[in-house]
Design a binder for this molecule. Structure first.
Ligand code: HEC
Ligand code: HEC
Ligand code: HEC
Ligand code: HEC
Ligand code: HEC
Length: 397
């Protein structure tokens, strides 16, 4: 991630800025700005709290603040990045749509789980913009009563404590079930304008991690799929690898079990999955190579079998666009780029699996086996009408 302005601000400024804006001032006298009584020096718990002592002189660095390390770590993380698209997307509407708010605001998250006293399992109405993944998202006592998290496939996965938080927001928005339902009853290789690309959403780590057990990918008939990646204790939960505040993964603990010089270079598998025969590189390389092969085949299938070329552009929704004359440029109309509308069941399910795998930058550590299975099966399936011999390519499942 590129160095951002927020990581350059000094710690006291960070802390005080945070306390003033979010209002976490434990251990300090809390004065209310809006409360007329405040100017007379009496205490109040309402309004915008200040972390400053009752009397001066004082300087910011001298003010002792509880949990300052956690706050500073969190403040530099993506969860606190109020400028990110993930939190600014609704600025124009000035409110976050209820179905989106669960994961795009701490307030929405608390509403969804009923931690604010509302009905659990639903966000009751739009949530105001301006929120991030705040402290109270993970540190609400009520989270202990959340014993299961529902995944897009309908799976009710048992959780304990703060695990509920990561599992709720990093589960993606779709499952293989939605893909199966969309393509059911349609001829496999006939383009169908009713089919739209199904996007698994972003940072879908929990969906990857639970794998076939959560039904995250599209599962081909007659194939079995790896479930949750149990890995090895103690690396058995999100927070055993990710610092919950910086969100970073420390590499040192990995080295008790793995001989490698980076997470990306870790490999246990003794076979090559991507046809390169190279088993010295990290398993991540095999996943990346097969993902690239799959995307190439989605494109080849669109051109050669369907006769409607496709272009992928990861920066624009819905990512797959039409290129009717095959000149390599996305077709444009007055309304903007033309979304791809010649999906067949075969291309849709393969493109879905490709997007699911690549939507998780940590896929190789979260569930390498499941990733490789989804890619392989999708490649084999597209290979049929294309007449590609996957065995000859040296690919393995
Ligand atoms: C299950 C949780 C969840 C739900 C529900 C959800 N999102 Fe997200 N969304 C995420 C997560 C997690 C990310 C962060 C991905 C990243 O940037 O690392 C994200 C990222 C985004 C981004 C930023 C993508 C980018 O390019 O940076 C947009 C835009 C977005 N979501 C829109 C929506 C909309 C619109 C809805 C409702 C229709 C929605 N999301 C519902 C979890 C969710
Ligand atoms: C995404 C979830 C998440 C968010 C957001 C979050 N925390 Fe935490 N926090 C955790 C988890 C998980 C632990 C437990 C870590 C452990 O047991 O190793 C923790 C531990 C702590 C601890 C105890 C540290 C220790 O070593 O026992 C403090 C204090 C704390 N958090 C404060 C905060 C504050 C203040 C904020 C907001 C600035 C915050 N946290 C935001 C998940 C979160
Ligand atoms: C309320 C929803 C929510 C919860 C709860 C949540 N996250 Fe996130 N997470 C997000 C969003 C949204 C982003 C993207 C933010 C952005 O783009 O700045 C994100 C980003 C991340 C990232 C990417 C960091 C980066 O540098 O891009 C990691 C890693 C992560 N979360 C891990 C966790 C873990 C571990 C937990 C549980 C302790 C957790 N998250 C809980 C919503 C959530
Ligand atoms: C075995 C250790 C491990 C476990 C367990 C784990 N992760 Fe990861 N995670 C990683 C690694 C390694 C990366 C890749 C980091 C990199 O390449 O910089 C990663 C990447 C991520 C990312 C993408 C960060 C980015 O840069 O966009 C998110 C989000 C994430 N993990 C969330 C989670 C969640 C949520 C869980 C629990 C369901 C989890 N992780 C469990 C090791 C782990
Ligand atoms: C306690 C020992 C242990 C620790 C610590 C550990 N791992 Fe592992 N790791 C394993 C074992 C055992 C496997 C094989 C698991 C399996 O295939 O079911 C594995 C498999 C993997 C794989 C898949 C390799 C392949 O070729 O399929 C990756 C990637 C990985 N670990 C990453 C990490 C990262 C990143 C960390 C640190 C955040 C980590 N591991 C920490 C024991 C560990």
């Amino acid at each position: 991630m590129p160095d951002t302005a927020r990581s350059k601000r000094s710690l006291p400024a960070v802390l005080l800025g945070f306390l003033l804006s979010v209002g976490l001032a434990s251990g300090q006298t809390v004065l209310a700005q809006d409360d007329p009584a405040a100017s007379e020096g009496s205490e109040s718990q309402t309004g915008v709290p200040y972390a400053f002592p009752m009397s001066g002189p004082f300087d910011a660095a001298g003010v002792e603040i509880e949990n300052s390390q956690e706050i500073a770590d969190w403040f530099r993380s993506a969860h606190a990045d109020a400028a990110a698209e993930a939190f600014r997307h609704w600025d124009e509407e000035e409110e976050i749509t209820a179905v989106c708010a669960t994961c795009h605001s701490g307030e929405g998250f608390r509403d969804y789980h009923g931690l604010d006293g509302s009905e659990a399992g639903v966000v009751n109405g739009p949530i105001s913009t301006g929120g991030v993944v705040d402290c109270g998202t993970c540190h609400d006592a009520g989270l202990n009563d959340v014993t299961e998290v529902v995944f897009p496939s309908g799976l009710r996965h048992p959780v304990q404590g703060v695990e509920a938080s990561c599992m709720t927001c990093h589960q993606g928005r779709t499952s293989g079930t939605q893909v199966s339902e969309a393509v059911a009853g349609h001829a496999l290789d006939t383009p169908n304008p009713d089919l739209r690309f199904i996007n698994p959403h972003y940072a879908t780590a929990a969906a990857t991690w639970l794998g076939g057990y959560a039904g995250s990918g599209y599962h081909y008939e007659g194939r079995t799929y790896a479930g949750r990646f149990f890995h090895a204790p103690p690396v058995a939960s999100c927070n055993s690898c990710h610092d919950p505040h910086t969100l970073e993964v420390a590499f040192e603990p990995c080295q008790t079990c793995h001989l490698a010089d980076s997470p990306q270079a870790i490999r246990i598998a003794r076979q090559s999955y991507d046809g390169s025969g190279d088993t010295t590189k990290g398993i991540r390389s095999d996943i990346e190579a097969n993902a690239a092969t799959l995307l190439d085949m989605v494109k080849a299938y669109a051109t050669e079998v369907v006769g409607a070329p496709i272009i992928y552009d990861g920066s624009r929704y819905p990512y797959f666009f039409a290129d009717a004359n095959g000149d390599g440029a996305i077709d444009q109309t007055a309304d903007g780029p033309t979304a791809y509308a010649a999906w067949t069941p075969r291309s849709l399910r393969a493109a879905y699996n490709w997007k699911l795998v690549t939507a998780d930058p940590g896929n190789y550590a979260h569930n390498p086996v499941y990733m490789l299975q989804l890619l392989y099966d999708s490649i084999v399936d597209l290979g049929e009408p294309l007449g590609v011999d996957v065995e000859a390519m040296g690919l393995r499942r």
